[in-house]
Design a protein around this ligand. Structure first.
Ligand code: AMP
Length: 147
C-alpha cells in the first residue's frame, strides 16, 4: 500500500480533540507525510429582513470568533510542529471548507473525529458524515466514545 503524502487534520477544539490530533500526528510520522490542520469558524446566519425582523450582522462578533480561533490554531500548530503555511483557518460551512482545503492542497487523507459539537447524540456527527460523503480522498473518522 502506498504511503499517504499529505494528511489534513480537521479540528473543532471540542472535547477529545487531542485524541484525533494524536492519531493524525502518528499517521503522519508513520507515512512520512506532510501534516496540515484546518479549522472552520461557522458563518453566522445571514438574517433576511423578509422574516420581519432586522437583526444587524454582527461584524465584531465575527472578528472576535476569528481571533479566538486563530489563537487556538496557533497553540495547536505549535504543539504539533505544523508551520503556519500548513494551518488553515476558514469561515463558512465546516464540511465544505474541509473538503475544499483538502482538494486545493492535494491532501490524500483527511482525519476527523467521529463526532464533535454537532454529533454528540449521533453515531457519526454531521460534519464527519458530510466530509465522508463529499471528499474525493480517503477519510479516517477516529472513533470517539462518550466520556
Ligand atoms: P461533528 O460531525 O460536527 O460532530 O464533528 C466531527 C468531527 O468533524 C470533529 O471531531 C472534527 O474533527 C471535525 N469538525 C467539526 N466541526 C469542525 C470545524 N468547524 N472545523 C474543522 N473541523 C471540524
Amino acid at each position: 500500500m502506498e504511503n499517504y503524502k499529505h494528511i489534513l487534520l480537521a479540528v473543532d477544539f471540542f472535547e477529545q480533540g487531542d485524541v484525533v490530533a494524536r492519531k493524525a500526528q502518528a499517521l503522519a510520522t508513520q507515512n512520512q507525510a506532510k501534516l496540515s490542520i484546518v479549522h472552520v469558524v461557522d458563518s453566522l446566519p445571514v438574517v433576511d429582513s423578509s422574516y420581519g425582523t432586522e437583526i444587524p450582522f454582527n461584524l465584531d462578533l465575527t472578528a472576535e470568533l476569528m481571533a479566538q480561533a486563530k489563537e487556538k490554531m496557533y497553540e495547536l500548530a505549535k504543539k504539533l510542529k505544523i508551520p503556519s503555511e500548513q494551518s488553515w483557518l476558514e469561515m463558512g460551512s465546516s464540511s465544505s471548507e474541509i473538503v475544499r482545503v483538502a482538494e486545493e492542497n492535494a491532501v490524500d487523507l483527511i482525519v476527523i473525529g467521529s463526532h464533535g459539537r454537532h454529533g454528540l447524540a449521533l453515531l457519526l456527527g454531521s460534519t464527519a458524515n458530510s466530509v465522508l460523503h463529499h471528499a474525493s480522498c480517503d477519510v479516517l473518522a477516529v472513533r470517539l466514545r462518550d466520556q
